[in-house]
Design a protein around this ligand. Structure first.
Ligand code: MG
Length: 297
């Protein structure tokens, strides 16, 4: 008699700063100790994790666990949405910057993170949709946005957060403010913006944090943070200080919560969805999918 439940384990072997091979057997043993037979799949290129969910999450799979960075999680959640998966998903963070993992308070030790999934409680969390694409915690545009997806993986692995900051500084002189008109919560915001993000997280790109008392991951709302182009060094300094202190009362900062937004741009700049490159258009639409994913942790 087969008493095992089945678990689909999707691994991105390229993400992350640690060699994970030697921990894999410990993780799978942990799953086995909790009554799971593990189906192991490795990703080879971008988009694979979505495809693996679509191809392997049969009815007899009770739980999907992914190991990789936030981009891998994004792909898995995208696959889950496609197949209308309503069981739980676990996440073992192994990327170089794990914004969402730190928002969830996941252990950076992969075996401990696996054990916490086994003992964990499933929670319904909000996710977002941007121009029809699923994202877990951030859709961003402007300064620092390109950093996450243009920094070569080998630098990300070796340097971690520092790679983002280095690349971000390199990007500053070429960053041009974008003229945008944003409709959210019945308000219209229009200005030249250096940085725009719609997010549901405490940490962004490893370089910026939002106050833990200001963000809830299951309130049906995402935070909208807009940074207008500063006109002098005093304004720039003010922006930096406000962001550091989690105050959003600067005249150059707009901060609000919304469950949907329409963003029109004069051009169609690149957006990053969970740190991966996303298509931006002249007219962009965002909406929240309340409780769109069941995460266990
Ligand atoms: Mg929220």
């Amino acid at each position: 008699m087969n008493i095992y439940k089945r678990l689909l384990f999707i691994i991105n072997p390229h993400a992350g700063i640690h060699r994970k091979d030697e921990r894999l057997s410990e993780i799978i043993l942990c799953f086995s100790d909790h009554g799971y037979e593990t189906v192991v799949c490795f990703t080879r290129e971008g988009g694979d994790a979505t495809r693996l969910v679509e191809e392997h999450a049969y009815d007899d799979i009770e739980l999907i666990v992914c190991m990789g960075g936030d981009g891998t999680l994004n792909e898995v959640i995208t696959g889950c949405r496609k197949i209308k998966w309503n069981k739980a998903v676990g996440y073992i963070p192994a990327g170089s910057t794990n914004d969402f993992a730190s928002s969830l308070g996941l252990s950076s030790d992969p075996v401990e993170a696996a054990a916490n999934i086994m003992k964990g409680r499933a929670r319904e969390l909000d996710i977002g949709e941007f121009n029809g694409r699923t994202f877990v915690y951030t859709a961003s545009c402007g300064m620092f946005t390109k950093v996450s997806y243009e920094t070569p993986q080998k630098y990300k692995n070796v340097l971690g957060h520092f790679a983002y900051i280095l690349e971000g500084i390199k990007e500053l002189p070429s960053t041009q403010a974008m003229h945008m008109r944003i409709l959210a919560e019945g308000n219209v915001y229009e200005d030249n913006y250096l940085f725009v993000t719609i997010c549901n997280t405490f940490s962004l790109g490893g370089v910026m944090t939002l106050g833990r008392d200001q963000v809830m991951l299951d309130d049906g709302l995402f935070e909208l943070l807009l940074i207008s182009q500063p006109h002098d060094l005093i304004q720039l300094n003010n922006i930096i200080n406000c962001l550091r202190e989690h105050r959003y009362d600067s005249p150059n900062i707009t901060f609000c919560r919304t469950d949907q937004a329409t963003i029109s741009c004069s051009k169609s700049p690149d957006w990053a969805l969970d740190g991966e490159k996303g298509e931006g258009m002249v007219m962009n639409r965002f909406s929240v999918i309340p409780g769109g994913i069941r995460m266990i942790y």
